[in-house]
Design a protein. Structure first.
Ligand code: ME8
Length: 518
């Protein structure tokens, strides 16, 4: 077994009632960047994504499509898998909740809860929002324009009365509060943690965990009239994937408890209240962290099918390029905040930081070497203070970015990288290799080597965000594929003078300027 530190990261599993949109792409890309970052940093990473296929919402959508629910799920789940491939997502597994391994794990967790005495039969009478697949107390609801109740998410609610099994959530309040206390970073960002703590302090009610008025779900063991509440089934996916209920399974031993469940703020309560309570009751260790990121709006408006303003990730990739989309989604606003998608701002950022910033740095350096050094990386001479300052800056990026990534501060991590790219662009301007060509070719060679070495490290460290572009640039620096990990950042992996470099080619074309185009 590996003695490398493990890192298990998950996305939410997405409902298959609709096709994937920018929100799903956002969460999955953020997880992919973290997974790739820790992999390149030498950790043993397991990255899970997948689809949530049971429940009333999916059953209704299948019905509306005139399809058998499983055939509908097959079709829709494939769309999420295809999007993951189109976004170059490096997941290790893709789970579907209709798979036999998951049905078995869900039933096993149910039995563990039952055995612990935390499940009892009763009957539910209350409000339910199919869109959220969530129960609501009346004091959480507000009246909509047609004077019908709506959930805090805006979803319509229906009055439901049916026999139901309950989970004794009310008995878990104090233990949850003690757990949050003992694990201050379990819920991030801190504002979200405060929300959850005050919700739990307000008192928890027992939770209805089975339904009897429809059929599309995991049958409750020993009570075939009941199907499991879709959230109990869905949350279990995170342990199914590592082999639960077999706690001796190799993956379970290596990766549970998960290091990070990444979720949107809409599903915070399910992950930070219900999920740790289910797990503790079932005798399973809760995950180490749940990070709730913010919400995208589109050009200042909430995205909705009715408004017709839902942003399609395929369209974005076609318009701006895949790596550019991966980068810009994480760079528009700090991770954890809400933010707005504006095409003008996205284009300005891609042009500023990728095309004119990093792309141009690579292009000017490499084409200068091609033209003025016969395509060979020059040998460095004695390094000046300015040379050393730039190299120290880029070599020091790794520990600085590592500490931002450890708290999921993706925007700040990218900010550090941008500052280093800017420093390298300032260096090329002030060292001006073009004016050294005739006067001091040896010094010109040193400057070019320092630039190439800085670009190598900048490309390696941004690789998790823009893997294809970074690889193209590393190819142009003749960096061996075995030297593309963070261990090669620093003098140990430094470029050898004299290496023949392939012909240079730009990596980030300039997009049409929205202001000029208007
Ligand atoms: O909730 N901005 O699935 P779901 C940012 N099946 N992120 C967004 C977004 C937006 N506008 N819209 C969606 C479910 N997301 C359950 C999860 S997990 C055990 C079960 C992202 O298809 C965000 O990550 O409704 C959000 O939490 C998720 O999609 C909801 O996906």
């Amino acid at each position: 077994m590996s003695d490398r530190r493990s890192f298990y990261i998950t996305t939410p599993i997405y409902y298959v009632n609709d096709k994937p949109h920018i929100g799903h792409a956002y969460t999955t890309i953020a997880c992919d960047v973290l997974a790739r970052f820790w992999r390149m940093d030498g950790r043993d990473v397991y990255f899970l994504t997948g689809t949530d296929e049971h429940g009333q919402k999916v059953e209704k959508s299948a019905e509306a499509a005139g399809m058998d629910p499983l055939a509908f799920c097959d079709l829709q789940s494939a769309k999420f898998r295809e999007l993951a491939a189109a976004m170059n997502i490096s997941n290790d597994d893709f789970i579907r909740t209709t798979e036999p391994r998951h049905i078995a794990a869900s039933q096993a967790i149910w039995q563990a809860l039952e055995k612990a005495g935390d499940i009892y039969l009763g009957s539910y009478a209350g409000w339910y929002a199919v869109r959220d697949e969530a129960f609501y107390a009346e004091d959480e609801l507000t009246k909509g324009p047609d004077s019908r109740f709506v959930a805090p998410s805006g979803a319509p609610v229906d009055w439901v009365e049916e026999p139901s099994y309950f989970f004794r959530l009310s008995a878990w309040g104090d233990r949850l509060l003690a757990f949050y206390d003992a694990h201050p970073d379990f819920i991030l960002p801190p504002g979200k943690r405060n929300e959850v703590v005050s919700f739990v302090k307000g008192g928890l009610k027992d939770l209805s965990v089975s339904r009897t008025t429809f059929k599309w779900g995991v049958p409750v063991p020993g009570a075939p009239d009941h199907i499991m509440y879709v959230w109990l089934d869905a949350l279990t996916n995170y342990v199914t994937a590592v082999g639960y209920p077999d706690k001796q399974a190799e993956l379970y031993q290596r990766f549970w408890p998960a290091d990070l469940h990444m979720v949107g703020k809409d599903i915070l309560r399910f992950h930070t209240v219900y999920w740790p309570a289910f797990l503790m009751a079932a005798g399973v260790e809760p995950p180490k962290r749940v990070f709730a990121h913010g919400w995208w709006t589109a050009e200042g408006q909430k995205m909705s099918k009715t408004l017709g303003n839902v942003i399609d990730p395929y369209e974005l990739i076609a318009s701006y390029g895949l790596d550019q989309v991966r980068y810009v989604l994480l760079r528009e606003f700090p991770f954890g905040n809400d933010g707005d998608f504006s095409r003008k701002s996205v284009i300005t950022r891609i042009n500023g930081e990728l095309a004119n910033g990093f792309g141009n740095l690579g292009q000017r350096t490499l084409s200068f070497i091609a033209k003025n050094a016969e395509g060979r990386l020059p040998e460095p001479g004695r390094l000046t203070e300015a040379d050393q300052a730039l190299l120290q800056h880029v070599y020091g990026l790794l520990p600085a970015m590592r500490s931002e990534m450890a708290s999921q501060a993706l925007y700040q991590a990218l900010q550090l990288w941008v500052e280093a790219v800017n420093a390298a662009n300032r260096y090329i301007d002030s060292e001006a290799p073009w004016s050294l060509r005739k006067t001091d070719p040896e010094r010109m060679g040193t400057v070019l080597w320092v630039l190439a070495e800085a670009i190598r490290c900048l490309a390696l460290i941004i690789h998790p965000v823009v893997p294809q572009a970074a690889d193209r640039l590393l190819d142009q620096l003749a960096v061996d594929s075995t030297a593309r990990s963070f261990a090669a950042i620093g003098t140990s992996g430094a470029l050898k003078g004299g290496t023949l470099l392939p012909a240079p080619a730009g990596i980030f074309p300039r997009l049409q300027d929205p202001v000029a185009a208007a």
